[in-house]
Ligand binder design. Structure first.
Ligand code: DAH
Length: 340
């Protein structure tokens, strides 16, 4: 073995080339992952103890000599190239820039924004640390209202005022109405927080898009038609149904289902055998909410809706576990390279 190393050292010492590729070949032969040096290093265990010291020293000498040789030759080649002109070798291969991918939440958010902006909705935003008025009270959820429990809230203790991490994007409705006069057509995407156990289906942090339309004579038919247009654009689906529901900030309120179909086993499982999937809540803005925002409910009416972006992304891309969105695993994220 020692003899073998010695002959390699001699080879390394005598090697010379001004061809970049040959030097690179030489580097790989000695220092590459499957190179000669690594072979010696991995056979170290098998060397008898009394020979270990000499063996180790020799291998290290070989390694240092190989590294020095590669560096010297590469430097010489580079210096030579630079001599050819101020910019060096213009034919040198460029450095590849890795193409990134948009996060699926952003992909779906952008799609939703695009669909609504085509019918005149603008985009508005509000703070993630919200006050009680905008998240609850102005939305017809006074203190001690039982519906506050529907949303497990993270509170931020800053006495005497009470702040919280917003539990929904509906508070942006209030902010927007406080600052703008009708006609109002706005959608508000954003991150929301709830004190929930993390599982494949729910997370303590997720994203919603809120929609609001306030003008003279806005009716439930407008709401239905807007949602039908939206689901057709996003899902390519022409059937929705509205089920009566309850939200404090809308009256009447409804939940919107899209017809998903029952073709595959997965369809059966995710629709619980009905073919229908719930995708959002909606309703006519409660007159109390308009009043809280200094808009006269005698003169104006409006509709609102809210949906979870993760839920829609999970449906569109058949993602089974919500936690995938937050783990930043490149094997997951790289699959969205072609999405815009
Ligand atoms: N804020 C509701 C939630 O987080 C969703 C929602 C339902 C928003 C109905 C609305 C609405 O604007 O009209 O569950």
């Amino acid at each position: 073995m020692i003899e073998e190393i010695k002959s390699h050292i001699a080879e390394v010492e005598s090697f010379s080339s001004d061809d970049f590729e040959l030097v690179e070949e030489f580097r790989i032969k000695y220092l590459g992952k499957k190179g000669i040096l690594n072979k010696f290093f991995s056979s170290f265990k098998k060397i008898p103890n009394e020979e270990k010291k000499e063996f180790g020293q020799m291998v290290n000498t070989l390694k240092t000599k190989a590294q020095e040789k590669v560096e010297t030759l590469k430097n010489a080649i580079e210096a030579q190239l630079e001599d050819k002109g101020v910019y060096g070798d213009l034919l040198r291969p460029g450095q590849a820039i890795e193409v990134g991918a948009r996060h699926p939440i952003s992909v779906v958010k952008n799609q939703i924004i695009e669909i609504f902006s085509n019918i005149g909705f603008n985009v508005s935003e509000g703070p993630e640390i919200e006050d009680d008025w905008h998240n609850f009270t102005a939305l017809n959820l006074p203190e001690h209202h039982p519906a506050r429990d529907m949303q497990d809230t993270f509170f931020v203790q800053t006495n005497p005022e009470k702040y919280l991490l917003r539990t929904h994007t509906s508070g942006v409705q209030v902010r927007y109405m406080e600052e703008n006069k009708p006609p109002i057509r706005t959608i508000s995407p954003g991150r929301v927080y709830r004190n929930e156990d993390i599982s494949a289906r729910s997370h303590c942090l997720f994203h919603q898009v809120e929609g609001l339309y306030v003008d003279k004579g806005v009716s439930f038919a407008d709401l239905k038609q807007t949602l039908l247009y939206f689901t057709k654009q996003l899902f390519g689906n022409s059937k929705i149904r509205l089920r009566p529901s309850y939200f404090p900030f809308t009256e009447p309120s409804a939940e919107v289902d899209i017809y998903w179909g029952l073709e595959t086993e997965i369809d059966h499982r995710i629709t619980k055998g009905t073919g229908w999937l719930e995708i959002m809540g909606c309703g006519m803005v409660d007159p109390n909410v308009l009043e809280n925002c200094k808009i006269d409910p005698e003169e104006y009416s409006g509709f609102a809706f809210g949906m979870g972006i993760e839920r829609i992304a999970m449906l569109l891309y058949q993602i089974e576990d919500i936690r995938m969105f937050y783990e930043n695993d490149l094997r997951f994220l790289n699959q969205f390279k072609s999405a815009l």
